[in-house]
Design a protein around this ligand. Sequence first.
Ligand code: ZN
Length: 216
Amino acid sequence: MLQGMAHPDPLAAASLEGAPDYSTSTLSLYERTGAYLRGHFRLTSGLHSPEYLQSAKVLAYPEHAETLGREMASELRTLLSGKAPDVVVSPAMGGLIIGHEVARALGVRHFFTERDAETNRMTLRRGFEVKPGEAAVIVEDVITTGGSTKEVVDLLTAAGVTVLAAGSIIDRSGGKADVGVPRVALQRMEVVAYDPADCPLCRDGIPAVKPGSRKS
Ligand code: ZN
């Protein structure tokens, strides 16, 4: 396996150029940067899984972030067949870096939403303003249930913005997550996930860890 390769191949970004099979190259980037974790994980959705994709470890390499951003922008351009967004919007924290890189590749601004600590609702802060009639795409690192992306879609739609599409580096739902707008992903996966009440790893007494950014 590639797990022992803690340091990424310096040619990784270059080797992706001219290789449109993102599905293979994306996952190999996760493998090479140690971002593809195996163990016993408690996902944000509440489900347990024997694997977890820690996108931050891939995106820690600016050249990989830029490459993935370009690839997603290319997929979005194809999906939108020429219709350009005014802004890329991402839910913090996971969507920040990849959203920024997609926005760079599309030549538009990048905003991000944050969860209000009191109401737990997604909000646009920091002077980020959208106007009715503007068009947006939503970009996230990983879609599992699509919940966060859907919240951003709803927030922008309520503000009169047309959400054209959504994109993620990884789609853990195997294409099933419905966020209410067309969607692209560089890598589709069917990830094994268990209800905590019916989790074989729990039955084996293996402690579950929460690898994401939110506190457990
Ligand atoms: Zn478990």
